[in-house]
Every structure is written in C-alpha cells, then in structure tokens.
Design a protein around this ligand. Structure first.
Ligand code: TYD
Length: 219
C-alpha cells in the first residue's frame, strides 16, 4: 500500500490555521481520500496533557529548553501513536504544527537558535519530514490582534487560557515570524508560503492548489 502524505500547517497564532485545516480535511475527504487531522502539541492522551503544561499561563515562566523538551516529548508520542501508523496505512495526515513551530517559537522567539531544534528533531523524530508544509503568514499586526482577542475570550469563558505565548511581546512574535521566513527560504521545495491578508476562501484555494500538485506527484 502506498504511504500517505504527511502535510503540516504552520503560522503565527491567529493566522487561521485551524479553519484551513478543517476545510482542507473536508476537501480531501470529498475526494475519497482517507485523512486524519491532528495537532501539536497534543494529538494523544499524553500529548494533550503536555500541551496543557506548555500553554497554560498557570505554568508560569518555563525555561526555553523546558519548552523544547515538552514540545518534543509530545511529538515523539504522536509520531509513534498517531502519525506513523496512519501514514503506513496509506492515510493522509494533516497536522496543525510540527517541528517548524519549535524552530520558530523556541529557536527564533526564545532565541535558542535552529541548530539544537534540528538536532533534536533528527534524534527524537528519526528526521521524519513533512511531504508538504503550508505556512500561513498573513499580516503581522492583524494576526497578533486576533490571537490576543481570542485568548481574552477564552479566559473570560473558562477561567483558563492557552495564553503563555499569546501574552508575549511583539518582539518575540517578530522573531518567530522572521524564523518562519528563514525556514521557508531554506526549504522552498517542502514549504509553501501563503502570505498577505487574504480572505479565507483565497487561502483555501492556494492550499488546494499546493496539495493537488503533491497528490499528482505522489500518483
Ligand atoms: P496552536 O494551538 O496551534 O495555536 P494557534 O491555534 O493559536 O495557532 O499552538 C499553540 C501554541 O504553542 C502556539 O502559541 C505555538 C506554541 N508552540 C511552541 O511554542 N512550540 C512548539 O513546538 C509547538 C508545536 C507549539
């Protein structure tokens, strides 16, 4: 059986990834493809618990290397439990964030640099690479404002939040942004950059175009 395609979505908080992953999943399912959607950190029982530690502001200040270790702990579990079995069974895997997020947020945002993240990826993830990465980079100001509003709403509704990152300063997000652009420039074959303040439908169309190309290549 041919292996499924591993497709990741990346971008700043508030870039609209989650909406797009759902639309892409529905588009693929309509074409009769077996597809699973998952997210990082998370996607497994242990991974979702790790997500809470990494994202909830009640965790307080975490050392940058703690963040890296948590992100890779969740990822190691997701690869064994969810991603590899699905790909081996010929399913398409749509993953909301993967190692590019660790490189952008911890490598760039937290200034640990790329080398340590890429080395850990090689050691822990067996260098599993996405077949395609869709990187959504809408206007910087707009996505930041969206992420902050959403976090305030969640906190009002539930008393908890996933806001450890959303509360960061603009300078942190500029570094994340910059690192994402660097990754896209370094790996133009894998990473399709979707830029600018486009509407939801326009972004979806660009995503479908990129995915269709890969599906044709994969036969
Ligand atoms: P996510 O739920 O995708 O946020 P959003 O829907 O706002 O895009 O991701 C949660 C947060 O986790 C996001 O702020 C980025 C951060 N993160 C890291 O810092 N490192 C990582 O390795 C991953 C996977 C996520």
């Amino acid at each position: 059986m041919p292996r499924g395609l591993f497709i990741t979505l990346e971008g700043l908080d508030g870039s609209g990834k989650t909406t797009q992953i759902k639309r892409l999943g529905a588009w693929m399912a309509r074409r009769g493809l077996a597809v699973i959607e998952t997210r990082q950190p998370g996607g497994t029982a242990a991974g979702e618990r790790i997500r809470e530690i990494l994202l909830d502001s009640r965790s307080g200040t975490l050392a940058p290397l703690t963040e890296v270790a948590l992100a890779f702990a969740a990822r190691a579990q997701a690869i064994v439990e969810v991603i590899e079995p699905a790909l081996a069974a010929g399913k398409m895997v749509l993953c909301d964030r993967f190692t590019d997020s660790t490189e952008a947020y911890q490598g760039g945002g937290r200034e640990l640099g790329s080398a340590i993240v890429l080395e850990l990826h090689r050691l822990i993830c067996g260098d599993l690479q996405p077949d395609l990465t869709l990187l959504l980079l809408p206007g910087f100001e707009a996505s930041l404002a969206r992420a902050r509003r959403r976090n305030d709403r969640m906190e009002q509704a539930t008393g908890t939040n996933e806001g450890r990152f959303e509360q960061e300063q603009d300078a942190f997000y500029r570094r994340v942004w910059q690192k994402y652009r660097e990754i896209a420039a370094r790996e133009p074959e894998r990473v399709v950059l979707i830029e600018g303040d486009l509407g939801i439908d326009e972004v979806h169309e660009q995503i479908v175009e990129a995915v269709s190309e890969r599906l044709v290549l994969a036969g």
